[in-house]
Design a protein around this ligand. Structure first.
Ligand code: FCB
Length: 451
């Protein structure tokens, strides 16, 4: 039996998602400052096609058309992110009225169409001026983030009621400061864990300020959780799985919900002493209550203990390899495992029993083509979405308090280090004309949501 909307509660939230740097373009307009992604994309070889956030989807100017498209698909919610350097060009000082005005127009237009805004405050576009002062390796950045969050929510809290502090802090710490694959493109090894701590501290300091500025709203954080399995019964492979589950899941879930960082992961990192000295006193603050946890899910990891290596985004566990199990993959090379979504939702539900969960991102990249008749046939993406929505229904049936699901992405966009070479949208974007075309998967979403 195919999954249907009636498998979900009536008040289940159905949305699509995007992020500022990936869609907005207009990187030099209306007082926007330089972000770490503007700078990182200038580095030769950093981005697969040498591109950057210009023009992206020109959403900064085409937002009204994009909201009409969403309304046409029948989605009830839209998760977008706010560009920090549009609000504070250099990461400090008063809010830029033009930046605020853009997001106000957007939120008001969404509300007019009956679409509920969900705003992410940090989807990776740190003002470069703060990076120049140490970025997330500097504890001070946590306070800068909290102040930025306070400014935004006190300006927009009347029209945006749902706030996500951080998107995927694993990516903005380990992938960005150890792997160097994302901005700012540093490779500081296990010291990247300090960036993770300062991100979580920024979240923790922002939450009470967001609550004060928007008392009738909700606030949460989004993590990219992975279902991690060992490639074999070999204890070395099991230990590899423990390490990756530790770095990617528990290193974030535990301080938020279990009162502190996992000791085994700090030992793997060789960072126990630093955390004792600099983070132990923050434990109570990090556990600040939230109203929901956002979970982003794309794939599953199967780990084995490989040969010693250096570098990469799993510092301290460099020898761990992810193996190809032979399962079908999306164009990202990510294996397709809908059951892994059930796993991570159960993991999240176990981390904080009763806490409402949202799937804040899920989707797939495939090489799409616009046919002569203007259609885009993407049956694999539709199948991916359908199987993962069915997994959400399974998780609900198993008692997981899942309250919503957001498709990544509303439309094709700048896919970070992959530039424009990967398409995740349910709406196709022709970057030379900015023509939007609803893909077959988008039409399927429309009929699914129509019930
Ligand atoms: C997630 C990011 C999102 C998008 C998807 C494919 O890690 O949050 O911006 O790039 O991956």
């Amino acid at each position: 039996m195919p999954v249907t909307k009636s498998d979900f509660p009536d008040d289940f939230v159905w949305g699509t998602a995007t992020a500022a740097y990936q869609i907005e373009g207009a990187t030099r307009e209306d007082g926007r400052g330089v972000s770490i992604w503007d700078r990182f994309t200038e580095r030769p070889g950093a981005i697969a096609d040498g591109s950057n956030g210009e023009p992206a989807d020109e959403h900064y100017h085409r937002w009204a058309e994009d909201i009409d498209l969403m309304a046409g698909l029948g989605v009830g919610a839209y998760r977008f992110s706010i560009s920090w350097p549009r609000i504070q060009a250099n990461g400090t000082g008063p809010a830029n009225p033009e930046g605020i005005a853009f997001y106000r127009r957007l939120a008001e237009a969404l509300l007019e169409k009956g679409i509920t805004p969900y705003a992410t405050l940090y989807h990776w576009d740190l003002p470069q001026a703060l990076e120049d002062r140490g970025g997330w390796l500097d504890r001070e950045t946590a306070d800068r983030f909290a102040e930025y969050a306070r400014l935004v929510v006190s300006e927009l809290g009347d029209v945006v009621k749902h706030w996500i502090t951080l998107n995927e802090p694993w990516c903005s710490s380990f992938l960005s400061y150890a792997g160097g694959d994302h901005a700012p493109g540093l490779q500081v090894g296990t010291t990247a864990s300090h960036a993770a701590h300062h991100l979580l501290l920024g979240h923790a300091r922002a939450v009470p300020l967001i609550r004060a500025a928007c008392p009738d709203g909700t606030v949460g954080i989004t993590l990219n959780l992975y279902s991690v399995r060992a490639a074999s019964d070999d204890p070395a492979d099991a230990d590899a799985a423990r390490r990756i589950d530790g770095l990617q899941n528990r290193f974030f879930l535990d301080p938020l919900f279990a009162g502190g960082y996992p000791a085994d992961v700090l030992a793997d990192l060789g960072e126990t002493a630093w955390f004792e000295e600099h983070a132990a006193g923050d434990a109570a603050e990090l556990a600040v209550p939230v109203d929901f946890l956002g979970v982003n899910y794309y794939s599953r990891h199967t780990t084995r203990a490989g040969a010693p290596r250096t570098g990469g985004s799993n510092p301290g566990s460099e020898f761990v390899e992810m193996i190809d199990t032979g399962a079908p993959k999306t164009e990202m090379g990510w294996e397709i495992h809908p059951d892994g979504l059930v796993d991570v939702l159960q993991m999240a539900a176990a981390a904080k029993p009763g806490l409402p969960l949202l799937v804040t991102e899920n989707g797939a990249a495939y090489p799409d083509r616009v046919e002569d008749d203007g259609s885009v046939h993407d049956p694999e993406r539709q199948a991916y979405l359908e199987s993962h929505i069915a997994a959400c229904a399974d998780a609900l049936a198993a008692g997981v308090p899942l309250r919503g699901y957001f498709i990544w992405s509303m439309m094709d966009n700048f896919e970070w280090a992959f530039g424009y070479t990967r398409r995740f949208g349910i709406v196709h974007v022709d970057y030379s004309t900015q023509q939007r075309t609803v893909k077959d998967s988008g039409a399927w979403v429309r009929s699914f949501l129509a019930g």
